[in-house]
Ligand binder design. Structure first.
Ligand SMILES: C[S@@+](CC[C@H](N)C(=O)[O-])C[C@H]1O[C@@H](n2cnc3c(N)ncnc32)[C@H](O)[C@@H]1O
Length: 254
């Protein structure tokens, strides 16, 4: 039996691990007290962090969760010591929610590609054909706006799940008069068969699903292009180095 999707999200698992560590932390703190030590709230936060880190390691979550789990209780303690008004936490939470949205599910946070990558993708597009191009997970929209400007005949779109980056891309396109069109939504619901080039800058976690979708839907010599992250099966057709010492740009033709 497989766990529900929400429980498979690493951020939810990390939170559950913190909850799981609460009881042994309380038991250890009481034990210390009964042996004559006087554990402070900071000691308890340290025990909690160490226990959560150990469970995280034992359960095999990605390595970067270990320091996060260790420091989380101490960070909570530090934040509460600042005695900030509660609305600040709510406002911060809402901003981060709008920015990262379902990163806990997709495991694809926002980080931008750069102009060298945009130019390399531009070079893959002929000037004289009315192609359809999409940046799946378009972030703040830089790639799509660049392509829309460089290839006037192409119809360029971006699709983005997180509301704040999507809104920023819409505003940027409107203010700069860009032809690029930005949609808020999940690329998994698109038909990749509608596009001549699909650009992705996602994460290793997203690549197996992306490859399966592309293989099922893409055809007619269309191109799947991924910056930095390769298909796990290693079936890359072509690689381009866009910046010296930087990640590769991979492309597959269907
Ligand atoms: C690494 S950023 C890349 C941004 C942009 N493509 C660039 O090159 O600068 C990945 C973006 O994909 C978005 N994303 C992740 N999963 C998605 C999905 N299923 N549908 C649409 N957007 C998604 C994230 O919110 C994030 O903004």
């Amino acid at each position: 039996m497989t766990a529900p999707r929400i429980l498979r999200a690493p951020a939810v698992q990390a939170l559950l691990i913190q909850l799981l560590a609460l009881l042994p932390t309380a038991a250890l703190s009481f034990a210390l007290e009964s042996f004559g030590a006087e554990p402070t709230i900071l000691t308890a936060a340290l025990i909690q962090g160490l226990l959560a880190m150990a469970i995280t390691w034992k359960l095999g979550l990605a390595r970067w969760w270990r320091p996060i789990q260790l420091l989380f209780p101490i960070a909570v303690l530090a934040a509460s010591a600042l005695h900030l008004p509660p609305w600040i936490f709510l406002a911060l939470f809402l901003i981060l929610l709008g920015w990262y949205w379902s990163t806990f599910r997709t495991q694809v946070p926002y980080y931008p590609s750069n102009e060298a990558v945009w130019r390399a993708v531009e070079d893959m597009l002929p000037r004289d054909k009315p192609l359809r191009v999409i940046d799946i997970g378009s972030g703040l929209g830089g790639m799509a706006m660049h392509l829309a400007k460089a290839r006037p005949l192409a119809q360029v779109e971006g699709i983005e799940l997180a509301p704040v980056p999507w809104l920023v891309s819409r505003l940027r396109a409107r203010l700069s008069g860009s032809r690029a069109r930005f949609v808020r939504g999940d690329y998994e619901k698109l038909d990749f068969g509608d596009y001549d080039l699909v650009f992705a800058y996602l994460s290793p976690a997203a690549m197996p699903g992306l490859w399966a979708k592309a293989k099922a839907e893409m055809q007619n010599s269309s191109l799947l292009v991924s910056y930095e992250f390769e298909i796990p099966a290693g079936q890359s057709v072509k690689t381009i180095l866009t910046t010296e010492g930087g990640p590769l740009l991979y492309s597959w033709q269907f």
